[in-house]
Design a binder for this molecule. Structure first.
Ligand code: BES
Ligand code: MN
Ligand code: MN
Length: 451
């Protein structure tokens, strides 16, 4: 019956999702402020149409949060659905095969910024809710909180959660904003990494200099910064910041074996990325390197002359953005401090260094023995015919730790994307199959959760 309904309505479901994908709700870009609001308004409208109550646009200091609910009976358990309607900037635009905000279907996949992260996955929840309402299958209370600042660090969500803890009262949080292993092997994410995000600036001479007149006699900030950055890893791929690994929880041999049991094809991985060899921390597998080990990566680096042709210049400044992915029990504030102290300490006297911290977030591990996790597992088993494997994802959703801290709530990370869906990259896409089967799986989740 559910499967049938989804098939009959799939064209409409997709058309509605496409309308949402056409709104360029780039939270990082102030020129898109009105578009971000437009996407929020659209979510409001669609939740209302699906039958949600108390649907409201909640103002924050930044982009608005959409709240909605369907209370069936206060004695029944309540599921709080969280997601985000904002998206990453689409740049570099020239690498998109079709425009990022004109959703296009190729090979059964929807190509658009936000198709998978997270508009496509949020929309599955709205359609699952429509189905529950239409078929009078609602057997627990459902609340929605869909925010517009996830991709820029959820700065105002913490305040919203603190100020609305009564309104957000629930028994579990349900989020679809992560990946499965593949359509042949479903999985449920049981852990996410945390994040510390830094920006560094190295200053040498008080102005750009002629690289012939001064070159060789004055420290070049780009040369210096490159060397400093290179020194942040040793030959074994370990981060060299003193104390960086002190709080890292070492997993038991059994837990590590479980992680490595997930199907993983290294050749396919390399081929898909166009690389001949992988690299990472010695002593760990790829799944461990992305799932349970902390990292440090330069996200961007600039300075000097990068325009057309050649300009012989010894630059005054060089900068970089550096992110560190964290695992339990590392804390972003502590890691930020360790990084800052270390980075300043390795700077030669010939330059000055400025270090600033951007947003961060705590890592999270979610329980796999809860009623809600088991319901999610049963839902996959019923709809996919396969038992899902618990996995650790490398990305971050800082709100998960916050829900635990502020509301005492555990989260179930029932995502349906693929790691290869090009999240944050050009040509982001989402499988139509993933979208449709996701809706069915979410409906099944509620059934098993309320059973
Ligand atoms: N949905 C992603 C996180 C994600 C992706 C988790 C794939 C697991 C698998 C989320 O939108 C995201 O991009 N988060 C940011 C962190 C945030 C603080 C900007 C990230 O991980 O970089
Ligand atoms: Mn996301
Ligand atoms: Mn994202």
């Amino acid at each position: 019956m559910i499967h049938q309904y989804i098939q009959t309505n799939q064209d409409r479901f997709l058309a509605e999702l496409f309308e949402l994908l056409r709104i360029p709700s780039v939270s990082a870009d102030s020129r898109h402020k009105a578009d971000v609001r437009k996407a929020a308004d659209y979510i409001v409208q669609k939740l209302k149409e699906a039958g949600a109550e108390k649907v409201q646009l909640c103002e924050t200091k930044g982009h608005p949060i959409v709240y909605a609910e369907k209370m069936v009976d206060a004695t029944l358990p309540t599921v709080l659905v969280y997601g985000h309607y904002d998206v990453q900037p689409p740049d570099p635009l020239e690498l998109w095969n079709t425009p990022p905000f004109e959703p296009t279907v190729r090979d059964g996949k929807i190509y658009a910024r936000g198709a998978c992260d997270d508009k496509g996955q949020v929309y599955m929840h709205i359609k699952a809710f429509e189905i529950l309402m239409k078929h009078k299958l609602i057997s627990c209370n459902i609340k929605f909180m869909i925010e517009g600042e996830e991709e820029v660090g959820s700065d105002n969500l913490g305040t919203f959660v603190k100020e609305n803890n009564e309104k957000l009262k629930a028994d579990v949080v349900l989020i679809s904003d992560t990946s499965i292993i593949s359509l042949d092997q479903p999985s449920i994410t049981a852990g996410l990494r945390g994040l510390s995000y830094m920006e560094v600036e190295v200053t040498g001479p008080n102005r750009d200099l002629h690289s012939g007149v001064y070159g060789g006699a004055v420290a070049n900030p780009i040369n210096v910064l490159s060397k400093m950055i290179a020194s942040l890893h040793d030959e074994n791929g370990k981060v060299t910041i003193p104390g960086f690994y002190d709080k890292v929880a070492e997993l038991s041999a059994a837990d590590r074996a479980a992680i490595n049991q997930a199907p993983f094809d290294l050749n396919e991985y390399k081929k898909e990325l166009g690389i001949d060899e992988i690299r990472g921390e010695a002593g760990y597998s790829t799944l461990e390197r992305t799932g349970i080990r902390p990292t440090l990566d330069v996200n961007g680096i600039w300075g000097g002359y990068t325009g057309e042709g050649a300009k012989t210049v010894l630059p005054s400044k060089a900068s970089a953005k550096i992110s560190m992915r964290l695992v339990p029990d590392q804390h972003p504030d502590e890691i930020t401090k360790l990084f800052t102290n270390h980075f300043i300490s390795i700077a030669p006297k010939s330059v000055k260094v400025k270090v600033t911290a951007h947003h961060g977030g705590e890592p999270a591990v979610t329980p796999t023995d809860s009623k809600a996790f088991k319901a999610a597992a049963k839902a996959f088993e019923e709809v996919w015919g396969k038992i899902p494997i618990p996995t650790r994802d490398g990305g971050s959703i800082p709100i998960v730790a916050l829900f635990k801290k502020e509301l005492g709530l555990d989260t179930v990370l029932m995502g349906f994307g693929l790691d290869t869906d090009a999240l944050h990259s050009p040509n982001e896409h989402y499988g139509i199959k993933n979208f449709l089967i996701g809706i069915e799986t979410i409906v099944a989740f509620y059934k098993h959760y309320s059973a």
